[in-house]
Ligand binder design. Structure first.
Ligand code: ZN
Length: 309
């Protein structure tokens, strides 16, 4: 049995209408997620995301269960959360149009999500992108439950409400670009978040140039950009770089040859800029700090391609 696909939501049996307070709570959660993303990007520390402020107190954003409803909320679950246990490719459905999410073992949570789908009520989708003990999440908010499949026991979750993604033919026509855009952003965010996790872990959470170990300032930098052939999200196409050295690498102020030697363009640096000399020029001629595992070292062929480009 498939869920609602009509452009007008059909009332789900057992409908629970949100109270004004329910609506305020959900809106506060979405606003909080927006702030978290502005501050932390797609790597929000779990400790920061755990609770959101509401009126004089705070409310849990997610819980132990994957599908979570805080006790303060009456109309249905607030968030769904993945762990790192499965291969992430499974999250994005064929064609990259939405995400599959497994049913909860608790029927009440599944019924709640189906209700929200019928009412096009947004939820918060948290994707774990770093393991314990200090997990990090990519947060997609608002997210919408589009549909479900009782046989496969999966929900279909998207950036877009059901009326746009699965609705009337004319709606589908006019929204196709917007839809594609939103979903590509989602897929790109998922790829990038997992890529960063793999790259940082290979480099033991330090910058390959300066060995900075402040994780929120580290990026998984692509050697060959992901928009080009060969720009796959594999560790061998990545470098763990701090924000400064990542930008310098992308701007070709800092280059790395196929023997992992660092070069810096002196023309980019003012002679009397002591800080730029220390942060950039002093690394000239040094070798990258490489992963302990040889098979995770950057691909020399890709480094050569970028140098020659
Ligand atoms: Zn650095």
């Amino acid at each position: 049995m498939r869920g609602p696909v009509a452009s007008t939501p059909t009332a789900y049996p057992g409908e629970v209408l949100p109270t004004p307070r329910d609506i305020r709570i959900r809106a506060a959660a979405l606003a909080w997620c927006e702030q978290l993303r502005a501050r932390w990007g797609d790597h929000v520390p779990a400790a920061e995301a755990r609770r959101f402020p509401f009126e004089d107190g705070s409310i849990f954003l997610y819980g132990q269960q994957g599908i979570f409803k805080p006790r303060e909320l009456g109309d249905g679950p607030l968030s769904i959360r993945t762990s790192l246990s499965g291969p992430y490719q499974d999250e994005v459905r064929d064609g990259g149009e939405s995400i599959r999410y497994d049913y909860s073992p608790r029927p009440a949570e599944n019924e709640g999500l189906k209700r929200l789908a019928a009412e096009m009520t947004p939820v918060v989708y948290l994707v774990q992108v770093k393991p314990k003990p200090a997990p990090e999440y990519m947060i997609v908010a608002p997210a919408f439950v589009l549909d479900w499949n009782d046989a496969a026991r999966t929900f279909e979750v998207s950036y877009q409400p059901a009326a746009v993604a699965g609705g009337a033919e004319e709606l589908r026509e006019t929204s196709v670009l917007e839809k594609r855009y939103g979903l590509q952003v989602l897929r790109a965010r998922l790829h990038q978040a997992h890529f960063r996790k793999e790259v940082l872990s290979a480099y033991r959470n330090r910058c390959a140039v300066c060995e900075l170990r402040v994780r929120p300032l580290l990026d998984g930098a692509h050697i060959v950009p992901d928009s080009l052939p060969g720009g796959d999200p594999v560790v061998q196409n990545g470098l763990s770089l701090c924000a400064l050295h990542h930008r310098a690498f992308d701007r070709r102020i800092l280059r790395v040859d196929e023997d992992y030697r660092i070069d810096v363009d002196p023309a980019a640096i003012h002679a009397r800029d002591a800080e730029a000399r220390r942060a950039l020029l002093d690394h000239r001629g040094a070798r990258l700090v490489l992963p302990p595992r040889r098979e995770l070292w950057p691909d020399p062929e890709r480094l050569r391609r970028v140098l020659g480009a």
